[in-house]
Design a protein around this ligand. Structure first.
Ligand code: NAD
Length: 328
């Protein structure tokens, strides 16, 4: 393929992805499934890697997907809320680990494995022990202040015992059970159905009427702890224990993986267990456990380089992608 052919394909991919992102992030109503979206994104990334001249700052590969609605007050995140780089195979994990090894000087890195909850991220800011605000990721830099709605979620405490300035981030989601209940009610009322629990959770959290939010039983798992004054909490394992000790809910399926064999075993185990969980997951997140290495390994504009999202291979719909580009 020459650069002119690539340019046409890149433009077509960008336009498709931008349209799908609008449906997903703004209207909470996707017209394609995530696998199709991920495949288009992967193809765009591959083309941009092959032809770096075609990379532009407005490319979906360069920015955190999401927008900030005017319905809510805007909030500037203290630290950007980033996305995660996706991988789809064990070979890609090994490649990621080798890249990490260049920075850390060893291939024997400790990873903390967590389920990738299919919901939407939230940032909780506690001051003097009180939940001051709760904010969506938005475009990564600026989010929507959805505090009133988040206060209706039972698993998020309005106050914690620690009085320091603490930010805790995690994922708000709707369980499979609550999702089925919600859609059943909508069938009876003749209302449009939600496509999946993730979109139902996102649509619910961005409701203007918090009494509707309260009825829908959103839930949350928190996984990120930021407290500038706390130097003791210096690993992801300790951060999760700390969040737990504050009475904030964490997911208990996570595990420290000390070897690549343990990483592989975790992937195999949860690929099988996925369907038995009462909430949707779309993959597994592997994070370098030692926080001291995070700054050393660094970030791109869109993702940390010290973590990766292993997406389940499941229903990879090659044919759909071919439909988009019959000539590929
Ligand atoms: P992402 O969902 O791929 O990954 C980053 C996010 O993962 C974080 O922001 C966080 O919210 C979440 N997460 C869940 N569990 C986590 C954990 N334990 N640790 C850290 N983070 C965790 O991020 P994205 O940039 O929003 O990616 C887009 C995703 O949305 C893709 O999966 C894509 O398929 C989907 N999408 C689908 C459509 C569509 O039309 N179907 C459109 C846009 C995006």
């Amino acid at each position: 393929m020459n650069i002119n052919e690539a340019k046409i394909k890149v433009a077509a991919l960008k336009s498709k992805i931008d349209q799908w992102a609008k449906e997903y992030y703004i209207h909470d109503m996707p017209s394609v499934d995530d696998t199709e979206y991920d495949l288009a994104m992967k193809q765009l990334k591959d083309l941009e890697q092959q032809f770096p001249k075609l990379v532009t700052s407005d490319s979906p590969t360069q920015k955190v997907g999401g927008t900030v609605s005017d319905k809510f007050e805007k909030y500037v995140h203290k630290k950007p809320m980033l996305s995660l780089a996706d991988i789809f195979s064990w070979e890609e994990f090994e490649k990621f680990n080798k890249q990490v090894a260049k920075e850390t000087g060893t291939v024997d890195n400790e990873y903390y494995a967590e389920l990738k909850i299919d919901g939407l991220s939230v940032s909780l800011n506690y001051e003097k022990g009180i939940l001051q605000n709760a904010v969506t990721r938005g475009d990564g830099k600026v989010g929507e202040n959805v505090t009133t709605n988040v206060k209706t979620i039972k698993s998020i405490p309005l106050s914690i015992t620690d009085k320091s300035t603490i930010e805790i981030r995690g994922e708000i989601f709707l369980s499979k059970k609550e999702f089925t209940k919600l859609n059943d009610e909508r069938i009876l009322k003749g209302e449009q159905l939600f496509a999946n629990p993730r979109n139902a959770a996102a649509g619910t959290l961005r409701q203007l009427d918090s009494s509707i939010v309260a009825k829908r039983n959103l839930d949350a798992f928190l996984y990120y702890y930021l407290n500038d004054k706390d130097s003791q909490t210096n690993t992801q394992a300790k951060a999760l224990a700390k969040i737990d000790s504050l009475g904030v809910k964490t997911n208990k399926e996570g595990r420290l993986c000390k070897t690549l064999e343990e990483v592989k075993a975790y992937i195999e185990e949860y690929t099988l267990k996925r369907s038995q969980l009462d909430y949707e997951i779309d993959g597994i997140v592997f994070k370098i456990n030692n926080f001291n290495l995070h700054e050393q390994i660094g970030y791109t504009a869109k993702t940390p380089k010290w973590a990766v999202a292993y997406k389940f291979p499941a229903e990879v719909k090659e044919t759909k992608l071919l439909d988009i580009f019959p000539t590929v």
